[in-house]
Design a protein around this ligand. Structure first.
Ligand code: COA
Length: 258
């Protein structure tokens, strides 16, 4: 299948999806989310793929977030739908992908970008990568599972620190905090990711699918957290802070939340 914003490759049991919008730091616009969703559907059924790597093109960004220019003027209902549709079409699909998914974080992983990396089962980061959930600086909250998966990975206190400060952490902090499994120099990132994938190829594909199902079920004893995130995300869209926050980003100035 041909994609306008993705490069998909399959080699020796390993599928690789490269998000390819480098001029916008691989930000997830609607088309990219739809293409990722379709690519995941196709690769889930493709027996030539037993492990999947997701990365970003270029050496600056994995994914710099959801595309702010697309949602800055949304009303509440559309805000809620954005989160709900995105979770269903992409982020839940990654987490429940029936084969191991490795995120190879090659640069900025911010907002929806970090949420995408967190939905993957395993993360390897280039030591130049920067990770954060800057949504609160835009007057909104993460809407693609970030309020759930970040505390699951790094604990509640550190998750709140990242949310409230909106600051990015570097790869070595991410490693210490358990946000990523491994770091390496950027030049070796894909070699490291493939080497980890090759290790995963040695175990049973069917048992991997069963393990993913079991692990993910344990992290979603009820759907309440994710549902609350969708509602709260939507509510942000009627606040003056959201208009100021997204407006400031698009006008390339600092927001004034005073
Ligand atoms: N949505 C839409 N466009 C984005 C984007 C996003 N999340 N992140 C980056 N871009 C665009 C920029 O608008 C810019 O486009 P332009 O050249 O047409 O003006 C281009 O990508 C390059 O980004 P730029 O900001 O010029 O690069 P930088 O090196 O100065 O800064 C970042 C890099 C990652 C710090 C900065 O782009 C940023 O803060 N991005 C938004 C991160 C964010 O808040 N994500 C969460 C969204 S919910």
């Amino acid at each position: 299948m041909e994609y306008s914003n993705l490069i998909v490759a399959i080699d020796s049991g390993i599928g690789t999806i490269t998000i390819n919008r480098p001029e916008k730091l691989n930000a997830l616009n609607r088309v990219t989310i739809q293409e990722l969703s379709s690519a995941l559907d196709a690769l889930a059924l493709d027996s030539a793929v037993r492990v999947l790597i997701v990365t970003g093109s270029g050496n600056k960004a994995f994914v710099a977030g959801a595309d702010i220019s697309e949602f800055a003027s949304f009303p509440v209902e559309q805000g809620e739908a954005l989160a709900r549709d995105g979770q269903q079409a992409l982020f839940d699909k990654v987490a429940h992908f029936p084969k191991p998914v490795i995120a190879a974080v090659n640069g900025f992983a911010l907002g929806g970008g970090l949420e995408l990396a967190m939905a993957a089962h395993v993360r390897i980061a280039a030591d130049s990568a920067k990770m954060g959930l800057p949504e609160l600086s835009l007057g909104v909250i993460p809407g693609y599972g970030g309020t759930q998966r970040l505390p699951q990975l790094i604990g509640r206190g550190r998750a709140y620190e990242m949310l409230f400060s909106a600051r990015m952490i570097d790869a070595s902090t991410a490693l210490v905090w358990g946000l990523v499994n491994k770091t390496c120099v950027l030049e070796e990132l894909m070699t490291e990711a493939r080497s980890m994938a090759q290790g995963f190829l040695k175990t049973s594909t069917q048992a991997s699918a069963a393990a993913i199902q079991a692990v993910e079920a344990g992290f979603r004893p009820t759907e309440r957290g994710y549902a609350s995130e969708i509602t709260a995300f939507g509510q942000c869209f009627q606040t003056p802070d959201f208009i100021e926050g997204t407006g400031a980003f698009l006008e390339k100035r600092k927001p004034d939340f005073s």
